[in-house]
Ligand binder design. Sequence first.
Ligand code: F6R
Length: 611
Amino acid sequence: MCGIVGAVSKGNKNVLEYILTGLKRLEYRGYDSSGVCMLSGDDFTTVRAVGKIKELEHKLHDTHLSSHIGIGHTRWATHGKVSEKNAHPHIVGNIALVHNGIIENYSELKDELIKKGREFQSETDTEIIAHLLDMEYQKGKDELKAILNTIKKLHGMFSLGILFKNCPNTLFAVKCGTPLVAGKSSDTSFIASDVYPLVEYAETYAFLEDYEIARIEPNDIIVYNVKGKKVEKVFNPLNITGEELSKGGYKYYMEKEIHEQPQVIVNTIQDRISASRDEIIFDDLPLSKEQLRQIKRICIVGCGTAWHAGLLGKYYIEKYARIPVEVDVASEYRYRDPVTSKDVLTIMISQSGETADTLAAGREAKKKGSFLMCICNKPNSTMNRESNYTVFTQAGPEIGVAATKSFTSQVSVLLLFALYLGDVVGKLDKKELKNILEELVKIPFQIENVLKLSDLISETASKYLKFRTFLFIGRGVHYPIALEGALKLKEITYLHAEGYASGELKHGPIALVDNDLVLIAVCPKDDLYEKSLSNIEEVSARGGSIIAIGTEGDKRLEKISDVFIPLPVVNKDLMPILEVVPIQVLALNVAVKKGTDVDKPRNLAKSVTVE
Ligand code: F6R
């Protein structure tokens, strides 16, 4: 996910320091390249660099760039490879622009622009916005009108920071889909993708709403709606305490951590996918490709949520690499005298890297000669130190006891590892690899879309608060999500919840169904859809209430459910990453409404270092 910053100050105050500090604070969002554009005199000066912000700082070092107005950007590439040309800001005519989001209709717009004689310097969707804006601006030299006319043509998500050469004291900002905040001090006004860059600079701040446009001047920020009418905006004091800052403005750590998932996935996958999206990078793995080809079996061990991630890992590895995989609850594996040897790869999965059972299972496998790999979130943890190889999930600190972002980051790593193995052992077609990687890099944006369903999910939580039993079902890759859903709900709400493979319903759990039971069915449109639909109908016919998580536009599923939660259409193997999000939000909402301790549920601990 990209990050944008901008500032305009009175007199000669240089805003470059704020822009660079802001970019560093946003660097967690993605950092494949970055850039700044400052307006001084009547010209733009733009500096861009590939790599982390320190590369940009390095390039800026000798330029002595200084201006009272400028914008900056840190990029997470979606359209076009990582290169200086594709880095923002993009300049077209009198306009400099930074963008966070995705323009869905960009290829149609690009074709139209090319027909009109426009030439492009980059492969980005962002440059299209700059061209459209330039064309509109040339019509009447009215900045606000040009912006309003341009954004009407765009489909997708876009927060923008815009400079016009003719406006040396005004910065413009637009918000649609992706977050944008404006801030003020006595002599400077700011924009940023989140509130962190503003801390220590701005005294007050306000989040912009979708389709709001801000005219930002050193002493004033005027906000307009999409019709060009002024909107009253309340700026709140930015007196954020340490704890509030660490909760990121959310009431609960779990809530914050759910919302961090788009970013966490970016951070976890970005260094492992080539810029051309056709190669996966595990160049730190101390096993040669030849050694990987000798692996006869993979064994995954973990506890709780990490075990659920492991179950998805089995689907992925068996599908893409055709290597048999067993997944075991670590506490079972460690005591069953497991059969393993040097041609077996053992993978421990753990957020904390300290879970006693997982660690013991890994030690047992290593002792018997297996190569021990670990997927974990904590550098310097015991598992990291004791395994032969660690892949870190870049989830950052997870403080809420219920695992959320650690799960989606573990699943992302397992998918990448499965694809990597598939490529190495020659079972995966390059085209299929590229297609799934192209979709994977867009998943963070799809999670943002799913998070917009929070109101529907909150209403659903209120509706079913008093029910007695919650049964989660799913088939194939959706089955581990059913298990994870039941675990999330029971651990933070203390309600009775069970997760089952849909096909198991008739083998016992259907006996539970009565008017007091809620079935939460994970049932997107895929090859097993019809079978899952029949299972849902069987529960509905016996008086159970149905919450269905399915594919948007699926009228059949919507008709047979009491609540239908629509998810965007993505590759089947990426669906679990989206499906788990409404389930996490549902558990959180039920817990809040029941008044349980969301972040520290009873009897549980974040790191289970004892048996
Ligand atoms: C569930 C949860 C636990 C952990 C389990 C493993 O929300 O948090 O089930 O997933 O205790 O912990 P780690 O991943 O630290 O090994």
